[in-house]
Design a protein around this ligand. Sequence first.
Ligand code: F3S
Ligand code: F3S
Length: 107
Amino acid sequence: TYVIAQPCVDVKDRACVDECPVDCIYEGERSLYINADECVDCGACEPVCPTEAIFYEDDVPEEWADYTRANIDFFELRGLGSPGGAQKTGALDYDDPMIAALPPQNE
Ligand code: F3S
Ligand code: F3S
């Protein structure tokens, strides 16, 4: 799967959302999150992010390793699971607690 890391927080450009063929990039309050169960590893999202927030799971920088966990936990925190589409799910009003606790980012 691919992972969205720190450079997305408080930016949420959303260019990635338009590229994803399976609509598996979900919107939280301060960041977006890739659903590992739904992502087909096409890689289309990675080059379009203007802040370079998206990484293949094996290439996530060490300093952002916890974002791999956050992208998974986001879907378990409130039982979202694999809804099968971010568009029909809509924007969600929460974040992984690690991200929710961050001071304002990327200003
Ligand atoms: Fe975030 Fe980049 Fe997508 S800033 S919303 S990961 S295009
Ligand atoms: Fe979508 Fe990116 Fe995965 S475009 S299928 S989230 S690699």
